[in-house]
Write a protein that binds this ligand. Structure first.
Ligand code: MGD
Ligand code: MGD
Ligand code: MO
Length: 860
């Protein structure tokens, strides 16, 4: 999947190759001076707090560390936050409340060892495909999987029990579980007595919120029998792992949800033991590294907090810093609010696309438009955020960077560059250090490579252990003396490293299994939690709850993955998943366009997918499309900027909207040669567009309410007068193509909404021909392919296997995933299509069973 198509996303297409000042290409010295002047001026006139940094889990640990050192240690602003706020901060806050430190107690092997695997708010089949394959490979008699998700996801399809709960009610479920465990003496009293605090209060609170199975079932909108089954399995299975991800974190009550889960694990002593632990699943490559270096506004480097005794003094001394701020900074949503209000004058954004990914994205755009100085470091020239940049700095991307990252299981590993730096591109640590030197902080940023930064950071982690009470675990000091060669050769290792030096790199797979936590008294805290329901509740005006998340083949805001044609084929357009009952009630039809209207005037237009995979009353939209790829498909426009009061993580999974048909009179497909850059001028004439890059062309879906003057628009969109033309106004059909020196340059195919547009692959292939044949020209106008096999909807991205091919193979007798893999190769690489293949096999199985009188009779 994403891995195998990676090479298609790392070409030079769309890369930012040189610094730009106000849209003009500039040299590095000019750009660095402009950044430094802007920062210096803001600090002088408005104080350090008027400068903000907004960082990202796409950065490497070394980049992240120097960014924090510069901002907090030298510029002296606490206003540094990261997109991990939108991703992990509830898990961070829950870990700190329960364990005293932000540590994931388990390791990936625990997902295999568990006899009961609970996945809460995680669509691991699509979002963590490699780990999911390990989970799948561990299927064995007696092992059970429970998935807790309001949607029937590919992950839920593989579960023994799917609890399709009402969104936002996870706390009720886990409070109910705690009560059940206590009432049946399924708790581990000795462990609680010796190692936990606040059990009694926590249980009392849970009992008030979720007194019985019936009450839980009622509040969560589940069957009592299913709730009871889950509780019983949890009670009787010592080796239980609960993996949780964004369905838990991204909520106004995300921290409470996570603590409700951890409470049940503490009460049963199932923390950091083989196959028994809560486990927060992270997302971005280096979300964890960012947490370690203090990328979050409320933390300092090396797992220190602003209020950790001795922490600020240590950092001031260790860095030779000017002034470490004395209080935490603004968290993402508030940070952009402060940009909006004018309190922040300079914002430097690195490796993230907040104009798309923050809630209430229209307001974020307003803020960026108003901000006196917006600096953006990115690999790509054109994103929704770079559009607002006064200064653009070209950063190295994956494959070009050297440094380290940490994953969900605390495993630190080297990322090695295997590509040269194109153009004027520089690694982020270099850019930040160069700005620091320009600001006059040269001695503290005199690094000659990431290894230099890493040694400093590892040394700091050892010193930081001396701060504050409690035995904190984050420690890389055994790696503080690595030579460059040793650093380059470093094998993956899980912190903390117990040894005093590199010779022992065995690392630590699990934490807290001994019952000693990182709190001052060493005891874990159970946290009483009540249920806070999302602030946005469905109403008459906006009767549907909007859930948003990932799809299999796209990464975040698509700035890279959309470059790979193969990856867009699985879901080529923005879409809205809606329950058939709601589709009927709203008058929208499968395959047609619909519009979701959120608060304010904001809308989301996408192709309707009518499916009972979502609950009635709820719709699901993907988070990936943005203004570079579609006219109106920003999921974050449907989300209010409300956050969890403890973690500051915004509610990214719960908005409200109404749904209506987006009535169109015509639809069209426009395709242009891939090598011609075209900013999509004139597309505003359409009421709907979305872009899909293909192998040899760029393609746009277009649609509109009013017929356009096709001759005029064809000339504009095709980049000149067409020389192949066919008009059939009576049928509402128009076809035009531009062929230059025999080669196809661009084509426009307009149809009435009912007509089917021609097959895409065939059209794309026409762009590859050096000379279009007569037959191809005719077919272009007819909008029909010559003799091509339609392989159907794409199932396996790695090997380009379509639905019809899989169906044919199944009909020919291939009855297992392995057999399909042998004949078609599908599912044999990344495996993220295996759930879909299995579904097709199951469907075939139940159809033949239903059609086979002997089978159904014998079953009856
Ligand atoms: N293909 C792909 N993979 C990715 C990414 C990507 O962009 N594309 N991004 C990576 C990143 S950064 C992250 S953070 C991870 C995220 O990985 P996941 O968290 O697994 O992915 P999501 O789709 O955001 O959300 C997971 C599920 O939460 C459910 N959910 C919504 N509301 C609730 C609720 O109230 N309760 C419960 N229990 N569940 C709810 C949604 O229906 C959804 O299926 O994925 C990583 N992997
Ligand atoms: N409603 C809703 N909103 C969400 C979510 C959701 O589920 N629902 N998910 C949230 C989550 S979990 C996340 S992680 C965020 C993700 O949201 P973003 O962080 O905004 O998304 P990305 O597309 O990953 O943006 C990364 C940018 O960094 C650039 N980049 C990549 N590598 C580098 C590098 O090394 N250096 C620099 N300088 N730039 C680089 C890329 O080109 C791209 O423009 O979205 C969040 N927003
Ligand atoms: Mo994330």
């Amino acid at each position: 999947m994403k891995g195998s198509a990676l090479h298609e996303t790392i070409g030079q297409t769309g890369r930012l190759l040189a610094p730009r000042l106000k849209g003009q290409t500039s040299s590095w010295p000019e750009a660095l001076k402009a950044v430094a002047d802007g920062i210096r001026q803001a600090v002088q006139e408005h104080g350090s707090d008027s400068v903000a940094f907004y960082l990202s889990g796409q950065l490497l640990t070394e980049d992240y560390y120097v960014a924090n050192k510069l901002a907090k240690g030298f510029i002296g602003t606490p206003n540094v936050d990261t997109n991990s706020r939108l991703c992990m901060s509830s898990a961070v806050a829950a870990h700190k409340r329960a364990f005293g430190e932000d540590c994931v107690p388990g390791c990936y092997e625990d997902f295999e060892l568990a006899d009961l695997l609970v996945l809460a708010g995680s669509n691991a089949a699509w979002a963590h495909p490699v780990l999911f394959q390990r989970m799948e490979a561990s299927r064995r008699p007696g092992r059970r999987v429970v998935v807790i998700d309001p949607r029937r996801t590919a992950t839920a399809e593989m579960a023994d029990l799917h609890l399709q709960l009402k969104p936002g009610t996870d706390t009720v479920l886990f409070n109910g579980l705690l009560v059940w465990l206590a009432d049946r003496e399924a708790i581990e009293g000795d462990f609680i007595d010796a190692h936990c605090s606040d059990y009694a209060e926590t249980l009392d609170c849970a009992r008030l919120a979720a007194p019985s199975v019936a009450s839980v079932a009622n509040q969560c909108d589940l069957e009592s029998a299913d709730v009871e089954t889950f509780f019983r399995w949890f009670a009787e299975t010592p080796r239980t792992v609960t993996g949780f991800s964004q369905g838990i974190n991204q909520s106004v009550a995300g921290t409470d949800k996570a603590n409700a889960i951890i409470n049940c694990h503490l009460a049963t002593g199932r923390v950091g033991r083989p196959g028994a632990t809560p486990f927060s699943l992270t997302g971005q490559p280096n979300a964890m590294g960012g947490r370690e270096v203090g990328g979050l506004a409320n933390t300092l480097a090396s797992h220190l907090d602003y209020d950790t005794p001795g922490a600020r003094q240590l950092l001031t001394r260790f860095w030779g810093a000017h002034a470490i701020p004395d209080r935490p900074g603004l968290k993402a949503v508030d940070l952009f609010e402060a940009v909006h209000s004018g309190q922040i004058k300079v914002i430097w954004i690195m490796g993230t696309n907040p104009a798309v990914s923050l809630p209430d994205s229209s307001r974020v755009r307003e803020a960026l438009a108003k901000c006196p100085l917006v600096i953006v470091s990115d690999c790509m020239a054109e994103t929704d955020t770079t559009a607002f940049a006064d200064i653009l700095l070209p950063a190295a991307g994956w494959g070009e960077k050297n440094g380290t990252v940490t994953n969900s299981e605390r495993c630190l590993s080297r990322q090695r560059a295997f590509l040269p730096l194109p153009g004027q591109v520089r690694p982020d640590w270099w850019i930040i250090s160069a700005v620091a030197r320009e600001l006059g902080y040269g001695t503290a940023f005199d690094y000659d490579g990431p290894d230099d930064i890493f040694r400093e950071y590892a040394r700091l982690s050892g010193r930081a252990l001396g701060c504050g009470p409690g035995r904190r675990r984050f420690d890389l000091s055994a790696l503080a003396n690595l030579s460059r060669q040793e650093y380059d050769a470093l094998s993956p290792v899980q912190w903390p490293l117990p040894g005093k030096d590199m010779s022992d790199t065995s690392g630590t797979a699990r934490l807290f299994g001994d019952g000693v936590f990182a709190t001052p008294d060493g005891r874990a805290r159970m946290v009483p939690v009540t249920t806070i329901l999302p602030a946005q509740q469905a109403s008459e005006a906006r009767p549907l709850v909007v859930n948003a998340g990932r799809i299999r083949d796209q990464w975040h805001t698509m700035t890279r993955t959309a470059l790979s044609p193969r990856l867009l084929a699985h879901r080529p357009e923005p879409f809205i998943e809606v329950h058939p009952d709601d589709a009927r009630a709203c008058g929208v039809r499968d395959g047609e366009l619909g519009r979701l209207s959120g608060p304010g005037d904001h809308g989301y237009v996408g192709r309707i997918r009518s499916t009972d995979e979502v609950r009635a009353g709820e719709v699901f939209v993907p988070i990936h499309w943005n203004s570079c790829f579609a006219s109106q498909a920003l999921a974050t426009n449907l989300m209010a900027g409300v956050s969890d009061p403890v973690s500051g993580q915004p509610e990214g999974k719960h908005g409200t909207a109404s749904l209506a048909p987006f009535n169109m009179r015509w639809q069209a497909r426009l395709m242009r040669r891939k090598d011609q850059l075209w900013p999509g001028e004139g597309l505003a004439a359409c009421d709907y567009w979305s872009r899909q890059p293909l192998a040899h062309s760029h393609s746009w879906w277009l649609a509109g309410r009013q017929p356009l003057n096709w001759a005029r628009w064809a000339k504009e969109w095709l980049g000149g007068d067409p020389n192949l033309l066919l008009e059939d106004p009576a049928e509402g059909r128009f076809r035009a193509a531009r062929v230059v020196a025999g080669r196809l340059e661009a084509v426009l195919l307009v149809d009435p909404v009912t007509g089917a547009l021609p097959e895409l692959d065939w059209l794309d292939q026409c762009f590859a021909e050096s000379e279009l044949s007569q037959e191809q020209r005719q077919c272009l106008l007819a909008g029909r392919a010559v003799d091509t096999e339609d392989t159907g909807r794409l199932i396996c991205t790695c090997f380009q296997v379509g639905e019809k091919q899989v169906e044919a193979a199944i009909s020919n007798g291939e009855r297992s995933i392995d057999a399909l893999g042998q004949s078609l190769q599908c599912g044999t690489n990344c495996g993220s299509c295996i759930p879909e293949l299995r579904r097709m096999l199951d469907r075939h199985g139940s159809e033949t069973m239903a059609n086979d009188p002997t089978r159904s009779a014998s079953l009856a």
